[in-house]
Write a protein of this length. Structure first.
Length: 276
């Protein structure tokens, strides 16, 4: 649990931002989409970014165990690897083992080893031809909050502005993905939960400000048996695979989408209750 003072501050902030977000969400056709979590900002349910717990058939178990996806480029000529442990590829922003922001492109994207990390994943249709553009980030919560450096959020805001300018309003969807945190038995557990929760809130603020809707949060920070996960984004089909999601794959079945279990980022205060 968070300390009392932190809970009060975060709770008040989330209430304020939820009211702000709800007042901005606009359905251009004047109707709500029923049966889906927090996607009233989309023109159609077909534009939702599906988050899938599991892996596609073309990803082998040994790829997942090694977290080495460079050989997959034989299948995907334009596969972009957003590797937190490597130097940025062309079109990416960031530094080795600090943070990565992918290119804005039609490419499929993959990012291994989300441990105590957060990710922003966005898709939207390109204005010129209707192709789907995507953006994917991989950052440590301390980078998000400017504890270790203050570059990430500034660069992310600029990149999201660029993404919005290139895409059609009403086709953009965004989800936030959380990795793992320390075990509850660890002496720094409370501090870890505090930093992680505040980083999700900070990302939620940025997304809400840029796109006028609150992103969904999937998986959320977790302890206990949670392991690092790898993200694979099939851009044109708008499918985000969360691979190596351990017991959740068994619980929800192969290729179970999180439409049924997603929740608004503004409910992040419940993350430690729901996922630990």
């Amino acid at each position: 649990m968070l300390e009392n003072n932190s809970e009060k501050v975060l709770g008040a902030k989330m209430d304020e931002l939820e009211r702000k977000s709800n007042s901005k969400v606009v359905n251009r056709h004047g109707k709500q989409l029923k049966g889906f979590p927090n996607i009233e900002h989309l023109e159609s349910p077909t534009l939702v970014l599906d988050v899938i717990l599991g892996k596609p058939d073309y990803v082998h178990d040994y790829d997942l165990l090694s977290h080495n996806y460079y050989p997959l480029r034989r299948l995907f000529n334009d596969l972009e690897i957003v590797d937190w442990f490597a130097s940025p590829e062309g079109g990416q922003l960031g530094e080795m083992q600090k943070y990565k922001i992918s290119s804005i492109s039609t490419k499929d994207k993959i990012s291994p080893l989300f441990g105590d990390c957060t990710g922003v994943v966005a898709t939207g249709q390109k204005k010129e031809n209707g192709e789907v553009l995507s953006l994917l980030t991989h950052a440590n919560p301390k980078n998000v909050l400017g504890i270790e450096n203050d570059d990430f959020l500034h660069l992310l805001e600029n990149k999201l502005t660029e993404f919005r300018e290139q895409t059609i309003d009403g086709t953009i969807d965004v989800v936030l993905v959380g990795g793992k945190i320390l075990l509850p038995s660890d002496i720094n557990y409370n501090k870890s939960v505090d930093i992680y929760t505040r980083s999700i809130i900070a990302l939620g603020e940025v997304i809400t400000e840029k796109f006028s809707f609150a992103p969904r949060v999937v998986l959320g920070p977790s302890g206990k048996e949670r392991k690092a996960v790898d993200l694979l984004l099939e851009t044109q089909s708008r499918k985000l695979y969360i691979m190596g999601a351990d017991k959740r794959e068994k619980l929800y079945g192969k290729n179970k989408t999180t439409r049924d279990i997603s929740f608004k980022w503004s409910e992040v205060g419940n993350l430690t209750k729901e996922f630990k």
